[in-house]
Design a protein around this ligand. Structure first.
Ligand SMILES: NC(=O)CC[C@H](N)C(=O)O
Length: 390
């Protein structure tokens, strides 16, 4: 399975549902060549490839519709029909025709109240529009949410049961009646030089630091590195003999007390950077290196104190969007997605740019530490990643 756009949360659910790793595809962040070889590789081993969209079909520039058009991927529009009757037909018509050249396969109605409701929706469809069916409204099949999106897979205790219910609902639709097969022509995977050969890279991974693209891990391996995972939340510290460390984003603010109590972890990180070993900290990881995180309830938690300042959670999204940073080795793409704001006296080392040329997030560099609100898409420039972690 694939997920359009930069997203860490939905792919976790898809990975549990499909039992396979889920990669992101985005014409801006990943680029056309990256998507082409991943789709081809997936087509070599899977009978069915599902690509979930992001937001609405035409939202964003580039959008999910652009990916569908570029790669000829048939679109099944999933429409929330909860507060709709005949308007469902108008929305379906609009989605199919808003832009030319969309390989539009049909519609699936979601959150439908009754068979009568389903009949109304189906009858409202324009002539020739395929009806894949109706998924009935069912609170027990819905996936719980919090700020930034769905809850993480490991946090939803009854995820298996919810997915089973969803699968049962889908089985009663015609969604498994697939459109004709699509050809994803051979495209070579990029040649990645082994710039991190033999390096052990410690990567925090748990419910506090879970914003990790599987493709980033693949890139580290392609660079020759050996990723070693550990959980600060479970009381673990940096694994022994690691050459570099990566503290990804996530929800450190939800685990302030537990993380603050893991003094061995912070001491290990301090010793690591004092020895001149690289540390990359992204978003929640960057927040964690500051002295304090103030959570949404206003409670201040002591964090790493490796960098001066504090992070303050806001009530609403503070930033969301694509970012790119020009390093000497090339352009590393990524995105930013957070509720917090950082209050720090540090001067930025570099500035990310937004794709429209506007000013993006700051990148800080203090000794062996590189820290930013940006989540990088490592495959966009493995050489730059190697320079940050090597
Ligand atoms: N993207 C992230 O790592 C988010 C960090 C933090 N949970 C925030 O909302 O600010």
């Amino acid at each position: 399975m694939f997920k359009c756009g930069p997203d860490f949360l939905d792919p976790q659910i898809h990975a549990v549902a499909s039992g396979a790793p889920v990669h992101n595809v985005d014409l801006g962040m990943c680029g056309e060549a990256d998507i082409a070889w991943r789709l081809h590789r997936a087509a070599c081993e899977a009978d069915l490839i599902l690509v979930e969209g992001v937001m609405g079909l035409y939202d964003g520039a580039p959008s999910g519709a652009d990916i569908a058009r570029r790669f000829g991927i048939p679109v099944m529009a999933v429409i929330d029909a909860r507060a709709m009757a005949q308007t469902f037909g108008a929305v379906a018509h609009g989605l199919a025709h808003y832009q030319p050249g969309i390989p539009f396969a049909g519609v699936l109605a979601n959150r439908v109240g009754s068979t009568h409701h389903a009949d109304l929706l189906r009858e409202a469809l324009p002539d020739g529009m395929r009806w894949f069916g109706a998924v009935m409204r069912d609170a027990d099949a819905a996936l719980p949410e919090r700020h930034l999106g769905l809850m993480q897979a490991q946090e939803i205790d009854d995820l298996g049961a919810r997915l089973e219910r969803l699968a049962d609902h889908l089985e009663r639709t015609g969604a498994a009646g697939l459109p004709p097969a699509v050809d994803f022509p051979a495209a070579p995977a990029p040649a990645v030089p082994p710039l991190l050969a033999g390096k052990r890279i410690a990567i925090a991974r748990d419910a506090a630091y879970g914003f990790i693209y599987p493709a980033n891990i693949d890139t580290l391996r392609a660079l020759g590195a050996e990723p070693v995972f550990f959980s600060p939340l479970a009381g673990e510290g940096l694994p022994a003999a690691c050459d570099a460390a990566w503290l990804p984003g996530g929800y450190p603010e939800l685990h302030g007390g537990t993380l603050a109590a893991n003094t061995a972890f912070w001491a290990g990180l301090r010793a690591h950077v004092a020895a001149g070993r690289p540390l990359l900290a992204e978003c929640g990881g960057w927040m964690s290196l500051l002295e304090t995180i103030v959570d949404t309830a206003g409670t201040a938690h002591a964090f790493g104190g490796l960098l001066p300042g504090r992070a303050l959670m806001q009530q609403r999204l503070a930033a969301l969007g694509m970012q790119q940073v020009d390093f000497p080795q090339g352009r590393l793409t990524g995105h930013t997605f957070h509720y917090s704001k950082a209050d720090t006296p540090l001067e930025p080392w570099l500035r990310a740019q937004r794709p429209d040329g506007g000013e993006g997030e700051a990148i800080y560099r203090v000794g062996a530490i590189t820290a930013s609100y940006v989540h990088f898409w490592f495959p966009s420039c493995p050489a730059a990643v190697a320079a940050l972690l090597g």
